[in-house]
Write a protein that binds this ligand. Structure first.
Ligand SMILES: O=P(O)(O)OP(=O)(O)OP(=O)(O)OC[C@H]1O[C@@H](n2cnc3c(O)ncnc32)[C@H](O)[C@@H]1O
Ligand SMILES: [Mg+2]
Length: 201
């Protein structure tokens, strides 16, 4: 069976990809299957640049088809922050709780109608000796006043989706996979999948 390596160590993302790839005829591995894999430095200033860095490095090292996800939360009232710096917004080690705290602190006193935000996801698909391909997805929401819910990961507890009248952490994984930024990007990947199969495998 065809194999793809997800160039990520983020368990939340990997779990979502395992479901989102179910209708694709491929075996999914991730960097959790390669514990020795180095952390690719995310030195880019755009989601595309960082997705490219991660996908191309893993494709080169393991001589495989690799897919990387670079994603983040873009808050309008914060001029687009945390954006590409979402994973370490509170500094130092990645810490979801501290990141959420920082976003809520910076939005203190900002009224609901100005708390608009979106998640962005850029997927880079790379294969040695071939040009890397990209697809992206977005999901609109509103930043809540306090965290709510315990499913998902990252900023999910403060990302309220009007469609469900709940945060991403209060809906099921299935519901998140219907509408999320990652799901939107995967729908586009599905559209170009026949081309990718022809070019990359
Ligand atoms: O680079 P990899 O190893 O894939 O894992 P990462 O967690 O560092 O991933 P990113 O560099 O793409 O940073 C994205 C951050 O944006 C946040 N994020 C992305 N998608 C999210 C989602 O679906 N729900 C909640 N937060 C999300 C979360 O804090 C992530 O750590
Ligand atoms: Mg990262």
């Amino acid at each position: 069976m065809k194999k793809i390596v997800i160039a990520s160590k983020n368990k939340g993302k990997i779990k979502e990809f395992e479901t989102l790839f179910q209708t694709f005829d491929v075996e999914i591995l991730s960097l959790l299957d390669f514990p020795e894999a180095v952390d690719v430095e995310e030195t880019g200033t755009t989601f595309e640049a960082n997705a490219r860095l991660k996908a191309e490095e893993i494709a080169r090292v393991y001589q495989c088809v690799a897919i990387a996800d670079d994603s983040g939360l873009v808050v309008d009232a914060l001029d687009g922050r945390p954006g590409v710096y979402s994973a370490r917004f509170a500094g130092g080690q990645k810490n979801d709780k501290e990141n959420i705290k920082k976003v809520l602190q910076e939005l203190e006193g900002v009224p609901a109608e100005q708390r608009t935000a979106h998640f962005t996801c850029v997927l880079a698909i790379s294969c040695p000796q071939r040009p890397t391909r990209f697809v992206s997805g977005e999901c609109q929401g509103i930043i809540t006043e306090k965290p709510s819910g315990s499913s998902g990961f990252g900023y999910d507890p403060i990302f309220y989706v009007p469609e469900y009248k709940k945060t991403f952490a209060e809906i099921s994984a299935e519901e998140k996979n219907e509408i999320s930024h990652r799901a939107q990007a995967m729908k586009k990947l599905k559209d170009i999948w026949p081309e990718i199969e022809k070019e990359f495998f």
